[in-house]
Design a protein around this ligand. Structure first.
Ligand code: FE2
Ligand code: FE2
Length: 165
């Protein structure tokens, strides 16, 4: 594939990924405002944009490899977010006195460390047939195994805020 096409696929992947998340936020807002039907529409389009984004990523050179390699990539991405990327963002927000932004970014930084541990564990367990469910905090993104905790250890949300995956 030409470099231009690779670049365009990367652009389309980023744009569709953002549109998927943005429409998800629009759906939540529509629900909160009592527009259930509009909420469903935004959610449906969000799903569709995710389909597009995934297809582009699958086409891009070297982006989706074997599961063993993907676990390694995912692990390294979490570590980078935890150690380099979020700390830089947190510092900027703190310098500008944006305390609410600092709090959200700090929670995300802490959550990434937990994500990296889950990947590490999965890499070690890859050939065992251990099966577990995952419970994702819908407020901060913390993931619990086996069952949802009474309160999220990162943001304190109650059990009901966890979504089973
Ligand atoms: Fe993460
Ligand atoms: Fe949480």
């Amino acid at each position: 594939m030409s470099d231009k096409t690779e670049k365009n696929l990367a652009y389309a992947f980023a744009a569709e990924s953002k549109a998927a998340v943005r429409n998800g936020a629009f759906a939540k807002k529509a629900d909160a405002e009592g527009y259930a039907q509009i909420g469903r529409l935004f959610r449906a389009v969000s799903e569709a944009e995710s389909v597009h984004a995934r297809r582009y990523l699958m086409l891009m050179r070297g982006k989706v490899k074997s599961t063993e390699e993907n676990l390694e990539t995912a692990f390294n991405n979490e570590i980078r977010a935890n150690v380099d990327e979020y700390p830089a963002l947190i510092k900027d927000a703190a310098d500008e006195g944006k305390e609410n932004v600092v709090r959200l970014l700090s929670q995300a930084r802490d959550v990434e460390a937990f994500h990296s541990q889950l990947y590490k564990k999965a890499m070690n367990d890859m050939l065992s047939d251990r099966e577990t469910g995952y419970y994702v905090c819908q407020v901060c993104g913390y993931i619990a195994e086996d069952e949802a905790p009474e309160n999220c250890p990162v943001c304190g949300s109650v059990k009901g805020k966890f979504k089973h995956v």
